[in-house]
Design a protein around this ligand. Structure first.
Ligand code: BJW
Length: 242
């Protein structure tokens, strides 16, 4: 490809990009799912059965977001720079519920699995920013229903957000980058195949190690996100991709 053409880029990020900012991944040996069972904290049934336990899990993680001195790292910053400097569209789809891409300055950003910094009413859908702890006593400001406010997080069995917008972008992208995700969770794990089906997309995986779907990508760079992401961003801003 010639240098800096106006081509469209879609980027998918996962927990690995935030690891070097001090957040745990899910499936690494020291990850979140090594300490908590998915069926206890990350399903609609868990919330029905034991809302206090689910609230406590997300209160702990929300507290870390606001009091843990978390800052975006060189990989988050490189993606914000890519969006600013690339002449075509750069659409960043993150599975992460943290706010590090936002803090880094990415604007065309979608949190497909929701956000820790918001809560949603299970009765009317009203969603509001939320910084402190959430309890089963809290009442929705829109419909006044008690006990139904929940973290604005997409749990297993629920539909990720704005799938139509994501699928449209994959259908039209020229470069698909997957960063710091293990490729275990669908539909995100299938985005590389969606991009490839458009017949023009170059696909690249940037991760600490090969993911579940590593063989589906045209190209790959393995190493810590803070190293491989800034290097790859500089490379495509200078030379485009093969
Ligand atoms: C580094 C690094 C460093 C480390 N630098 N890299 C059977 C078959 C197929 C599908 C299903 C099935 N049964 C059920 C399903 C569907 C289900 C699913 O996929 N289940 C699988 C487990 C099989 N999916 C769903 O239910 C989703 N909804 C859905 O499918 O709706 C129906 C639908 C139909 C049609 C179209 C569309 C939709 C919802 C999924 C919700 C996921 N929610 C979670 C938790 C909530 C958020 C929270 O609490 O924080 O989201 S699960 C968890 O996994 C979280 C993450 O976003 C998600 C992905 O994890 P991620 O980011 O990949 O993290 P890890 O830990 O897995 O990987 C980290 C990677 O980083 C590793 O590779 C490391 O090596 C690397 N790394 N350090 C670079 N320094």
């Amino acid at each position: 490809m010639s240098k800096i053409e106006s081509k469209n880029i879609v980027i998918l990020t996962g927990a690995g990009i935030s690891k070097e900012s001090g957040l745990k991944t899910f499936r690494d040996p020291d990850g979140i799912w090594a300490q908590h069972r998915i069926e206890d904290v990350a399903t609609p049934d868990a919330f029905k059965r034991n809302p206090e336990q689910v609230q406590a899990f997300y209160n702990m993680r929300r507290d870390k977001l606001y009091t843990g001195n978390l800052e975006p790292n060189a990989a988050h910053l490189a993606l914000a720079k890519l969006e600013q400097e690339w002449p075509g569209d750069v659409f960043l789809v993150t599975q992460n519920v943290d706010n590090l891409h936002d803090k880094a300055g990415s604007k065309n950003l979608l949190h497909m699995h929701g956000e820790l910094s918001k809560v949603k009413c299970n009765a009317c859908g009203h969603t509001v920013p939320w910084e402190g702890d959430l309890s089963t006593e809290d009442v929705c400001e829109a419909c006044n229903t008690p006990a139904l406010l929940r973290p604005a997080i997409v749990w297993f069995g629920e539909m990720p957000l704005e799938m139509d917008r994501i699928m449209a972008a994959l259908t039209d992208c020229d470069l698909f980058m997957s960063i710091g995700t293990s490729g275990n969770v669908y539909p995100a794990a299938g985005f590389v195949q969606e991009a490839r089906m458009n017949g023009k997309a170059h696909t690249v995986e940037l991760n600490l190690e090969p993911s579940e779907g590593a063989s589906l990508f045209h190209d790959s760079r393995y190493g810590p996100a803070t190293e491989v992401v800034p290097q790859y961003v500089d490379e495509i801003l200078r030379d485009g991709w093969a």
